[in-house]
Design a protein around this ligand. Structure first.
Ligand SMILES: [Zn+2]
Length: 487
């Protein structure tokens, strides 16, 4: 038989199927549909259900007769030709329901290895789902808990998958991407600075006026320790996932309401003292990983190259002032203006005031307002004097004294990064939202909901990878980049 003849056999089978099964089913459907416009929603529902069912039937019929012959594969270990061992059944969940199909198995008798050459095109990462359903599962799992994804999948696609399967599919997808990206990073880390220049990703698209990098940590409860912590005991506990975001865009002038399509930075600043930073984001790349500072730094740097961070005339790096973050900024973002996140500053001030004067008291509020006004105007010295005056009181408890010392050290050590009037004049964000918001939406919004404990670290990272792609608005792009060939 020639291929044309076999193909026509497939077509012939499907044509017969249409006439024998689908047409009667459609006629039955027409028979059942009401005539009256007021039944619109019933008609819509009925058509959708029936056509989806028919599409599933077609897919099942097609897989029964589709050609399974394939060139004899060679063993990937020893190179010898493998032997055909008959057709093996497989049940696959698809966007059109479950399908049972049979595909050939090949075996290397020498290495005792089995392969299913079709699986690369049929199954998503060796899971029991198709590539198309895998994408739906991943998108849903990025947005919501697995149990909710299972519900929605049943509701929207009529597909029943247990939440363990959903979890496994989504985590395997995210891990797959992380593995490839880790390898890419390691390759670049192994190059000399000269060699790196040609290996770095380059930006495409409109350049932005303003580039913002920010990084922070968030805690996730994991059932075992993340891999990069080599010397720590392997036990359940709270581990820090490092979260970063790189964005380029154009500042939106003034504190006006968002104009037109201007997409705001996620969780943009609350208006503070009449100042409301907004940015029309052109491109953003985010990630959340359990990894070393060196790797976080390089990951931030690579993403910065990707969005065109270094082409922007104005670059800034927002952080809570932690030393590891300052090191990343100095190594990879030497031209960026380092800004101490305003939100973190006010946290210190509020904590001290609560300890000195009592939480929420009028005196505490007055003291907070005084310090915030000074810091807002860039008068760090005045704020430090006020702290020193409190420090000289002789009725202080140990706890109050410690909090005062801590705040003094924090503000004094970050003076250079607290020139808020200058930042505002330049149109830079000063924080209170950006980094905090990122951790909240990216990490806590998905991994820290009630009952979510004992994450497997690499599984959580997998989900967060998918979530970052959603957050950055590039889920489809990421998907085709990593799974287009689905091999
Ligand atoms: Zn072999």
């Amino acid at each position: 038989m020639t291929t044309t003849q076999i193909v026509s056999h497939v077509k012939q089978f499907l044509n017969e199927k249409i006439h024998n099964e689908l047409v009667p089913a459609l006629e039955q459907l027409v028979e059942e549909l009401p005539d009256d416009l007021v039944e619109f929603s019933q008609v819509e529902r009925g058509l959708r259900e029936r056509f989806l069912k028919l599409a599933g039937d077609m897919l099942r019929g097609w897989t029964e007769v589709a050609i399974t012959r394939i060139a004899i594969p060679s063993c990937s270990s020893c190179g010898k030709p493998m032997r055909h061992k008959g057709l093996k059944p497989l049940t696959l969940a698809t966007t059109l329901g479950h399908v049972r199909l049979r595909r050939p198995r090949y075996r290397c008798e020498h290495c005792k290895r089995d392969v299913y050459p079709h699986d690369g095109c049929i199954r998503f990462l060796s899971n029991g789902v198709s590539l198309a359903l895998g994408k739906v599962v991943c998108r849903m799992s990025a947005d919501k808990p697995f149990a909710r994804a299972a519900e929605d999948l049943r509701e929207d696609y009529g597909v029943r998958l247990c939440k363990q399967t959903i979890e496994h599919v989504a985590e395997s997808a995210g891990k797959h991407i992380n593995t490839i990206e880790d390898r890419r990073r390691e390759t670049i880390q192994g190059l000399s600075p000269r060699e790196r220049l040609s290996a770095l990703p380059t930006a495409t698209g409109t350049p932005g006026e303003l580039a913002v990098a920010c990084c922070d940590g968030a805690m996730i409860h994991a059932g075992n320790k993340p891999k990069y912590l080599k010397n720590k005991a392997d036990q359940p506990g709270w581990y820090e996932v490092r979260t970063a975001s790189i964005a380029i865009g154009d500042p939106v002038q003034g504190g006006s309401e968002s104009s037109g399509d201007a997409s705001e930075m996620p969780n943009s600043d609350r208006p503070e003292r009449g100042h409301h930073f907004r940015m029309n984001v052109l491109r953003t790349r985010s990630f959340a990983r359990f990894e070393s500072v060196a790797d976080v730094g390089m990951d931030m740097y690579l993403r910065a190259c990707e969005v065109g961070f270094f082409d922007a005339p104005l670059q800034c790096f927002l952080s809570d002032g932690a030393v590891w973050l300052r090191n990343i900024a100095e190594e990879h973002f030497p031209d960026a203006i380092l800004i101490l996140d305003w939100y973190h500053v006010t946290e210190y001030v509020c904590e001290v005031a609560a300890l000195l004067f009592g939480q929420g008291t009028a005196q505490a509020k007055r003291w907070i307002e005084g310090r915030k006004a000074e810091l807002w105007d860039g008068r760090v010295g005045a704020a430090l004097c006020a702290i020193t005056r409190q420090r000289q009181r002789d009725d202080l408890t140990r706890q109050q004294r410690d909090a005062l010392d801590r705040t003094y050290t924090y503000l004094d050590g970050n003076r250079d990064r607290m020139q808020y009037p200058r930042y505002r004049e330049l149109g830079l964000p000063i924080g209170s939202g950006r980094a905090e918001g990122l951790c909240k939406t990216l990490v806590e919004g998905r991994c820290k909901q009630s009952g979510m404990r004992n994450w497997n670290p690499s599984g959580a990272e997998g989900i967060l990878r998918l979530r970052a792609a959603r957050h950055d608005g590039i889920f489809d792009q990421t998907w085709s980049q990593y799974f287009a060939s689905a091999a």
